[in-house]
Write a protein that binds this ligand. Structure first.
Ligand code: NAD
Length: 264
């Protein structure tokens, strides 16, 4: 089996990376950063987001597992103390895989009708480059509303505990193949009106955002920050691809939510 280790880059994470690499090569696993079967991320959720985008072109062939060197992460649930146990699991037992939904984002441009496609593990956010975001929201081909406000966030189920949660979106179990649209400070008065509630869209329900006037946007895809000019539309749906996590022990999603946000 071929593996790679992605470190956050701080001394603790680098040391654990070196330790994992030494142990696994000692078990005759091959270190291969180009075509790994498994990627071990050492750091936090942000490190796993980086690892996901690095290997996004080979999701069908690469599984992920996360070790956290800070607080418990949603994607990084192994502690540094458990590294030896994790390595033995990896070397000795065929691992189970759990698959979680991703968000597909297609940005189309006015000039030469080109488009760019992205996959997000957490979410995509859209904001205006200046002033309020004014954008039409089209769901399954029908205009739903014109949104005016700070911005919109479209998240995956596993991303529902990230930015989406701060916007009072619902937490979605990742067994649901769905995406969620949440508002950032919508303007609501006698003239302007938006739904005001988060919307959860199932697989095959496409959401399109279409600029009303301004065609330049600040767009984030997970940790990636992009400025896109001359945008014709942004299209969102549940992606066909899924992320695969290597599972060595049960850690139910709701327990993870409780441990991260509620405590004992
Ligand atoms: P980062 O690594 O510092 O992450 C920011 C925080 O978000 C960390 O505490 C991390 O553990 C947490 N996080 C990331 N993914 C999560 C998930 N799926 N569930 C629960 N918590 C999660 O910063 P970064 O590397 O730039 O990460 C980008 C992410 O930060 C974005 O995908 C977005 O979700 C999040 N973010 C959140 C807010 C907010 O809550 N107001 C604002 C901006 C960005």
């Amino acid at each position: 089996m071929k593996f790679a280790v992605q470190s956050k880059g701080d001394p603790t994470s680098n040391k654990i990376k070196e330790q994992i690499t030494r142990y696994l090569t000692g078990f005759d696993l091959i270190y291969d950063e180009e075509e790994p079967d498994i990627v071990i991320s050492v750091g936090g959720d942000g490190t796993l987001l980086h690892a996901f985008h690095r290997y996004v072109h080979r999701l069908a062939d690469t599984a992920f597992v996360g070790v956290h060197t800070g607080h418990l992460g949603f994607y990084a649930d192994w502690t540094p103390d458990e590294v030896e146990k994790l390595v033995i699991h990896l070397a000795k037992t065929p691992f189970q895989v759990v698959e979680y939904p991703l968000l597909e984002v297609v940005i189309r441009f006015n000039n030469n009708q080109s488009e760019k496609r992205y996959l997000a593990l957490n979410e995509c956010t859209v904001k205006a480059t200046e002033g309020s975001l004014v954008i039409d929201v089209i769901i399954k081909g029908d205009k739903f509303e014109t949104f005016r406000g700070d911005g919109l966030c479209i998240s995956t189920p596993t991303g529902s505990t990230a930015y989406n949660k701060a916007l009072f979106g619902a937490i979605l179990h990742p067994s649901l193949s769905a995406i969620q649209l949440t508002e950032m400070a919508s303007i609501n008065n006698r003239v302007y009106r938006t739904i005001g509630s988060p919307l959860v869209l199932p697989e095959h329900h496409t959401c399109i955002l279409k600029p009303v006037n301004d065609v330049n946007f600040n767009i984030t895809i997970d940790h990636l920050f992009l400025v896109h000019k001359d945008v014709h539309s942004l299209q969102y749906r549940v992606a066909e691809e899924r992320i695969r996590f290597a599972r060595f022990r049960p850690f139910p999603f709701w327990r993870r939510v409780k441990e991260s946000f509620v405590g004992d």
